[in-house]
Design a binder for this molecule. Structure first.
Ligand code: FE2
Ligand code: FE2
Ligand code: FE2
Length: 184
């Protein structure tokens, strides 16, 4: 894999930075949720953290040949207060990626004929749409003082697609078989 255009490479590095921080933030918020009596929302955070790691890894590997140091600028939410607010931070972050960041990055990769970057951005965009919905529904529960259910949460190791419960045989985004999914 390689990248020929500077702007796509910049976007890959920035997306890598954003995904890396989201990964860490969700682990922190997941631990906080568990500590405060929401073990299943904690598990959701940890599953989605794994999906963000998949995205970071995909972006990083598209840049495989780009050896060297770079300063990376990426947006990140801060704060670790109550569970409803932490989930709001997660929802806002996912929606930023869905509505602005990834559509722009994806169009740029297409315009610059960067096939590998296009695939990596496409995978992330599709997964973030689902993450936003999962966090919204978790927040509805948390607002009422409730945890979410204890169904297994699955993550596709190729694209980061995430689902609660057994609803699909293969990944609807990248067709990876269900038995390859990681579960939480
Ligand atoms: Fe992501
Ligand atoms: Fe996400
Ligand atoms: Fe997938």
């Amino acid at each position: 894999m390689a990248v020929n255009n500077a702007m796509t490479a910049d976007f890959l590095r920035s997306a890598y930075g954003g995904e890396s921080m989201a990964h860490m933030r969700y682990l922190i918020w997941g631990e906080e949720a568990e500590k405060n009596g929401f073990p299943n929302i904690g598990r959701l955070f940890k599953a989605v953290a794994n999906a963000e790691w998949v995205h970071a890894k995909n972006h990083f590997n598209v840049l495989k040949d780009g050896v060297g140091d770079n300063s990376v600028v990426a947006g990140a939410a801060f704060g670790n207060t109550d569970i409803v607010q932490n989930l709001q931070g997660a929802i806002d972050g996912e929606l930023h990626e869905v509505k602005q960041m990834y559509p722009v990055y994806l169009e740029t990769a297409k315009f610059q004929s960067e096939k590998d970057a296009e695939r990596s951005f496409h995978f992330a965009l599709e997964a973030e749409k689902i993450h936003a919905e999962l966090f919204k529904s978790a927040q509805e529960n948390a607002k009422a003082g409730n945890d979410i259910g204890n169904d297994k949460i699955y993550v596709c190791p190729v694209c980061g697609y995430t689902e609660i419960g057994d609803n699909v045989d293969k990944c609807p985004v990248c067709s990876t078989k269900k038995e390859m999914f990681k579960n939480f």
